[in-house]
Design a protein around this ligand. Structure first.
Ligand SMILES: [Zn+2]
Length: 396
């Protein structure tokens, strides 16, 4: 629509003669130089740094100062009034470098204001704002801008936990996101969800549990997510709704089969392998046939280890009141896949890559810093993640 209008009415300024005198405006960029000093830019594309300062007068000099024939152009500033000195510049202006100064200063400022917002998102935002009217042919490399922003705020970020006894600094966790800090059996688990995510997870009929080990740093070993399908008009998409940062001695130590030492038999003894596979296939039976088949399998249990597993399954999954077979039989149910979530993990992993390089891994892959990871989980806003899957549909 806007395009049509502009075709019909060409912009007025294009008809003005090129010789119209232009008034020059000035802008001070805080942290404009590499050393973090102020820089002055004018609307023509000249840049200046401070030559000297007295109580209410600042003398600026052009930044083009090669040893031979430095530019002597100056600007005199009295409070917020700028006057150009009498000497003209001995070189053409460089509009790109003025804009670059402005962009990188703005990126750094925003990065410090929000310590955990992805630097690339900040860079995109600033570029969009600043490039709206003036395309800049020699644009600073966005990756360089991101790295500079991250260096700037790295020292402002909180210290990473060294062990499980750390004091959780909630100032660095998004508001209303931490739900519980659980300490149990010498371990510690942090549970996160927004109000909206909690609401969805309590309403969901089915939960899907997923975990990733890649994204965690010591002392945490796993990021567990509870996912459910969330509907938005015609779309239904599986999204993570509850995040649990878990510590544990062994990655899979919650698995009953391993705890009773069956891992070896499962891998090396064919009979045990087949037997356990049958147990694991129980959910595929109609709920009415599960108990009968379980009892038949139970009667075949010979070793102590297998009997322990049978007792556990009987107690928890067959005769327990919380999870009777009717709640976990998936017979004839359309089981939806985890592809959406894998996509989410991939995006998070991809983003975590360059972040992890900030402090090089010692023996193995290190995930992003804990506070950063938590902030990324929060960043996965529901509405954004449900949509059609376009390039910007997910903030991770
Ligand atoms: Zn100059």
């Amino acid at each position: 629509m806007e395009l049509e209008v502009s075709l019909e009415d060409p912009p007025l300024q294009s008809e003005e003669p090129a010789t119209t005198p232009v008034s020059v405006s000035f802008q001070i960029i805080v942290e404009g130089t590499k050393r973090g000093h102020k820089k002055l830019i004018d609307s023509l594309g000249y840049t200046y740094n401070i030559k000297s300062q007295r109580s209410n007068v600042t003398y600026w000099q052009c930044t083009v100062r090669p040893k031979v024939k430095p530019c002597k152009a100056t600007v005199i500033q009295r409070s917020d009034k700028f006057v150009r000195g009498t000497t003209s510049h001995n070189h053409p202006p460089s509009p790109d470098s003025a804009l670059t100064t402005k962009i990188s200063s703005k990126v750094k400022k925003m990065a410090v204001q929000d310590l955990f917002k992805p630097a690339s998102a900040i860079v995109d935002e600033v570029l969009l704002q600043e490039m709206a009217n003036a395309p800049c042919p020699s644009l600073p490399n966005p990756e360089y801008l991101s790295r500079a922003a991250n260096r700037q705020r790295q020292k402002l970020r909180p210290a990473e936990p060294k062990d499980l006894s750390f004091v959780l600094d909630e100032a660095h966790i998004p508001t209303h996101f931490l739900r519980a800090d659980v300490r149990v059996h010498g371990r510690r688990h942090l549970i996160f969800a927004t109000d909206q995510q909690l609401e969805h997870v309590t309403r969901a009929k089915s939960w899907y549990i997923d975990g990733t080990f890649k994204l965690c740093r010591h002392p945490f070993s796993q990021l567990l997510t509870i996912n459910a399908f969330v509907r938005s008009e015609d779309y239904a998409k599986q999204v993570p709704l509850l995040f649990v940062l878990m510590s544990g001695k062994k990655k899979r130590d919650y698995r009953e089969i391993q705890e009773v030492g069956l891992q070896h038999a499962y891998t090396h003894d064919e009979a045990t392998f087949k037997y356990l596979r049958k147990l694991m296939a129980l959910p595929f039976l109609p709920e009415g046939e599960i108990t009968l088949m379980f009892e038949r399998l139970a009667s075949q249990a010979t070793t102590t280890q297998v009997r322990t597993v049978i007792e556990y399954i009987s107690r928890t999954w067959i005769n327990g009141s919380v999870w009777p077979p009717s709640t976990w039989s998936i017979f004839n149910k359309s089981v939806r896949t985890n592809t959406d979530i894998e996509g989410w993990h991939n995006r998070l992993n991809k983003r975590a890559g360059p972040l992890a390089q900030n402090s090089p891994p010692k023996n193995s892959y290190q995930g992003p810093q804990m506070f950063l990871l938590v902030s990324r989980c929060k960043g996965l806003e529901l509405t954004a993640s449900i949509g059609g899957g376009g390039a910007n549909s997910c903030t991770i």
